[in-house]
Design a protein around this ligand. Structure first.
Ligand code: PXG
Length: 287
């Protein structure tokens, strides 16, 4: 059976799910999106994802023509129509079709698209043995140019860094901010463990405020770890006892090498493993 895609309140077969080539989402990357996950039929932190979507939209002066409640229903409805219980949901809101010019006032009809599909995950063995990353030469967007807190359809910055990573044989790449501090990876936030403490760059480092990041900070504090949001540079990564990444797709994934240097013992560490276990329990229990 073909997947059903939600566009503007109606469901279309995947082959018929289409929007205008004049849409500014396509022409200029003018729009916002979310990546959400459902576990056993429960959407993980649905409200936080919906809130972040509306905040991204607000920040780019895009008014989403349905309420947050209706958006949440569109997300759960798309999962239900497709009989999906463990899935990835991509929500896209474009500026809408307009003229061939930047001016968003010349657009009409923002398009709301919800796609629910199988999730593509990192290979299972990487959770056991850890991921290798490199530092990309491409810096994360300057917050005064395009704030990384906005989950916009402009992901070229991250895609360029991702290409550097894959060219170097790495599935993720670390991005620095304009000050040379560590910001985040192309689709994941980063955590560093040192002397039993959990450190992660603060929002002011120019990062997406990851929903998995928030959940892991909460879990770590509940478990009694000291969690510090602070500015760090590559030195902190190189001398770390453990490093891990967080993201909707990745959950919590250990990093064992950065720029050809082993991190800690070169194997996933105990705090990373503990937090991964706690995260699995959380997603099984909570929504
Ligand atoms: N940083 C960036 C830049 C992201 O895009 C995260 C951190 C993690 O945030 P969450 O809320 O997921 O914990 C993201 C989100 C993909 C894909 O297909 C991944 C993301 C976004 C879009 C696509 O791998 N990660």
């Amino acid at each position: 059976m073909s997947l059903k895609i939600y566009i503007g309140g109606k469901y279309y077969d995947k082959a018929d799910a289409k929007i205008s080539v004049y849409d500014h989402g396509l022409l200029y990357g003018d729009g916002v999106f979310e990546g959400i996950r459902a576990y056993s039929g429960r959407v993980f932190r649905l409200q936080q994802h919906v809130d972040r979507l509306y905040e991204s939209a607000r920040s780019i002066h895009l008014e989403i023509p349905i309420s947050r409640e209706e958006m949440a229903k569109a997300i759960t409805g798309t999962l239900a129509v497709n009989n999906l219980v463990d899935a990835y949901v991509r929500v896209v809101v474009t500026r809408g079709a307009g003229s061939l010019g930047l001016d968003p006032r010349k657009t009409t009809d923002p398009q709301i698209i919800v796609i629910a599909d199988a999730i593509s995950l990192y290979p299972a063995e990487l959770y056991e043995h850890g991921l290798k990353i490199i530092t990309a030469g491409t810096q994360r967007n300057h917050p005064a140019a395009l704030n990384p807190r906005i989950k916009s359809l402009n992901y070229l910055n991250n895609i360029l860094a991702k290409i550097e990573g894959t060219n170097a044989g790495c599935l993720e790449a670390l991005m620095l901010n304009h000050k040379g501090e560590i910001a985040e990876c192309t689709g994941d936030n980063i955590f560093v463990i040192r002397k039993g403490e959990v450190h992660t760059p603060g929002v002011d480092a120019g990062i997406l405020e990851g929903i998995t990041r928030d959940a892991v900070i909460e879990l770590a504090r509940e478990a009694g770890y000291k969690v510090v949001e602070r500015s760090m540079d590559r030195h902190d990564v190189y001398i770390a006892d453990e490093v891990f990444l967080t993201g909707t797709a990745a959950e919590v994934i250990p990093v064992v090498e950065c720029d050809g240097r082993p991190i800690g013992t070169g194997k996933p560490g105990p705090i990373t493993k503990d937090l991964l276990k706690r995260f699995h329990t959380l997603v099984r229990e909570a929504s």
